[in-house]
Design a protein around this ligand. Sequence first.
Ligand SMILES: *Cc1c(COP(=O)(O)O)cnc(C)c1O
Length: 383
Amino acid sequence: MKVGSKHRVWAEIDLEALANNLRWIRYGMGDAFDVITVVKADAYGHGLPQIAGCLMQSGTHALGVANLDEASAVRSVGSGWPILMLGACFGKAEFEELCHDDVIATISSSSEADELSAVACKREKDVLVHLKVDTGMSRLGVAPERSLSLARQIVELPRLELEGVFTHLSVSEDEDEFTHEQLGRFRRCISHLRENGLTLRKVHVMNSGGIAYGPAPVGNMVRPGLLVYGIVPPGRRKPVIDWLGRLKPALSLKTRVGLVKKIGTGTSVSYGRVFVSPETRKVATICAGYGDGILRSGSGCLEVLIRGQRCRVLGNITMDQTIVDVSRVTDAQRGDEVVIIGEQGGSLITALEAAAACETIPWEILTSITQRVPRIYQGMAVA
Ligand SMILES: *Cc1c(COP(=O)(O)O)cnc(C)c1O
């Protein structure tokens, strides 16, 4: 799709950047680690089938999804590609779907294991299972002390094959001590399972924060999401690796100026009249709002680029339009391209910066971009 004037808001996705990010991560992790790239939430807002296709061409070893619709979307572009369902399945119907699409199951409890085995037997299909251990996230996963009995149950149940074990870090960007504690629990758990004769072919822990901030990864796979999209998770810990600077954000978010006008002293701007102009200003109405995923919490704080210059949002962001201050942009005009996230004329607004302005995290910035925003792929032939 070409960028035509018909687009009011669009996301440009640089597939070459995405592929390079994955290459850097693979290079950085070395041969001892395979990569499960996480493509949940429409590939972090980048568009699932296209991103899955690009990642498969670029050497990811597996893809991680959060639900079975995502799994089926990946399956439709890659038959035979390993897909790990990171979420729980809440009933037989879901396990049926999982079997149908040959998806690897995450199992945290004995009842899930029983149910999945029953479905797999009925369909006469073998299903791969990754056992999830809860080392401190309290989301999915079995308590470490119960992991051996659950692992044994999985091995003994017909049609289930215990392929892997994993856990998830909760403060990998921010806290050394608890991250080490989680890794310690996980290591002890893995040793205990192996000492009891279990074969674990795939063992993984590290999310983007774990990869970026260390310590040395445990196991033989890593599970990055954000990092592959070219964003280093913000955090209080010290990054441990030097190639992080090589990663490049794959997504830019753009719109256009719909109107430029002057407002006088005392003029109020947008719903709620939270901004009243203290002087004469030149303002531009841009064609994007919270209906496109420009979070309303960025009202009054967020900046965008017009003609390479930073322009602050004035007043409340509305559903389809946002008013920005262009007083210092001499020749701002209707139709000008506006960069909400990305680069323009040597200036840069990152998803990290936008997240800070909206008091949220970059993950939410990306996954908030709504369906009405077309994704335009560049830099590589899309499979
Ligand atoms: C989302 C998710 C990831 C990826 O997280 P990032 O912080 O984006 O790298 C990895 N593992 C699990 C279980 C997840 O839910």
